[in-house]
Design a protein around this ligand. Structure first.
Ligand code: NAI
Ligand code: MG
Length: 357
């Protein structure tokens, strides 16, 4: 019987993305051998260097080339000299939008040996997911500016929530909770201040909850929810928010769980109509790029999320368990985690442990 095969588009991008992506691939390769599947990789050098050369972050047929892959594995995009809005809108945003990656998913989990900025918190206290709506809501392009430069000047930008858009991200959050031990979903709202869209969000949340009687629910206004992330991270299991609230929580969540170098993320099209994209939370880190000291764990963990999406759950679980075990046993770690190891040392240690089992 032919082995299962997954086609992966690889975009290392800029800066430390070029250093962490190979380590992500090293671990993916070890997992593929051990768990018996093939990864067919296609490499793209699209980056700010491409922009400097061609005036574009990716070629005109870039999206068509990516469309044939099962997933996209990305490093980081952005480099001094190219404005961030150019690199972002030239590569990441078209992928997220045109491939309808309507879920942005970030695990927030305190790994052993990672130092949380919160005092007296251990791995058992911080283990939740932030699910962010990634296509509509507050980040709409409906609005404008009138009477510019005059006393009557005004600006307006509208939040757009559709039933389809709200329901599908809520459903994803509940389905995710069903796979977890605690089975709890928390909704981020602000229906006391934002009086049309947020009550609608709350209404759809209550409606969706009826389909999942086993799931416990609660909801908080975004302001106090941010405080609870810091004071009571142990309350949370799956937290779902609109585009803006999810954006805020999806940076705060990984921050309470320690170094940015370990944080992973996924942009998911759950129906698999289009490829999904997996990338670390961090950027290209120009301050440490070229020194080969970047922590590759965020990239490697993103690779594990990709395997889970592709149906290789056993391999995904193995990678995460291996990272946790190596950190707990005092394995090599980069400087951001208080060690001296280089990017490649950490990647090799994890890959070898995954291969050994
Ligand atoms: P950054 O995440 O690149 O760096 C922030 C700080 O964290 C730096 O001090 C850096 O050295 C450190 N850091 C980041 N990743 C690390 C790792 N793996 N190991 C150890 N330390 C690490 O954010 P910054 O500096 O704001 O952005 C730099 C560039 O990256 C910009 O052009 C920005 O637009 C881009 N960026 C791209 C993202 C993406 O591709 N999704 C996300 C965030 C920023
Ligand atoms: Mg953000």
């Amino acid at each position: 019987m032919a082995q299962r095969k997954h086609r992966i588009a690889v975009i290392p991008g800029d800066g430390i993305g070029k250093e962490t992506t190979p380590e992500g691939l090293r671990v993916l390769d070890a997992a593929a051998r051990r768990f018996g599947f093939d990864l067919e990789l296609t490499h793209y050098d699209w980056s700010c260097e491409t922009y400097a050369r061609t005036g574009k972050m990716m070629p005109d047929d870039g999206m068509d080339r990516l469309r044939d892959s099962d997933s996209i594995f990305l490093g980081a995009v952005g480099w001094p000299g190219v404005p961030d809005h150019v690199s972002l809108w030239g590569l990441l945003i078209p992928i997220r939008r045109q491939f309808d990656q309507y879920v942005n998913l970030r695990p927030c989990r305190l790994l052993p040996g990672a130092k949380s900025p919160l005092a007296d918190r251990g791995p058992a206290d911080i283990d939740f997911y932030v699910v962010r709506e990634n296509t509509e809501g507050e980040y709409s392009s409906i609005g404008g500016r009138m009477f510019p430069g005059t006393e009557r000047e005004f600006v307006s930008q509208q939040t757009v929530m559709t039933r389809i858009g709200v329901d599908r991200v809520l459903r994803y959050a509940f389905e995710l909770a069903m796979t977890r031990r605690r089975k709890k979903v928390t909704s981020a709202t602000k229906s006391n201040g934002i009086t049309f869209t947020m009550p609608y969000w709350d209404e759809r949340f209550a409606e969706m909850a009826k389909n999942y009687p086993e799931v416990t629910t609660d909801q908080f206004h975004i302001d106090i929810l941010c405080a609870h992330f810091v004071q009571h991270p142990d309350w949370f299991d799956v937290v779902v928010g609109s585009n803006l609230f999810g954006d805020i929580l999806s940076d705060l969540g990984p921050a309470v769980a320690g170094s940015i170098g370990i944080a992973a993320s996924a942009n998911i099209n759950p129906e698999k109509t289009f490829p999904s994209m997996f990338e670390p939370v961090h950027g290209s880190a120009p301050d440490i790029a070229g020194k080969w000291i970047a922590n590759p764990i965020g990239q490697i963990w993103s690779g594990a999320m990709m395997l889970e999406h592709l149906g290789e759950k056993e391999a995904a679980d193995c990678i995460l368990a291996t990272i946790e075990r190596l950190l707990a046993e005092g394995g090599p770690r980069t400087r951001d985690m208080g060690g001296q190891a280089g990017t490649v040392d950490v990647g090799k240690a994890i890959a070898e442990a995954v291969a050994r089992g």
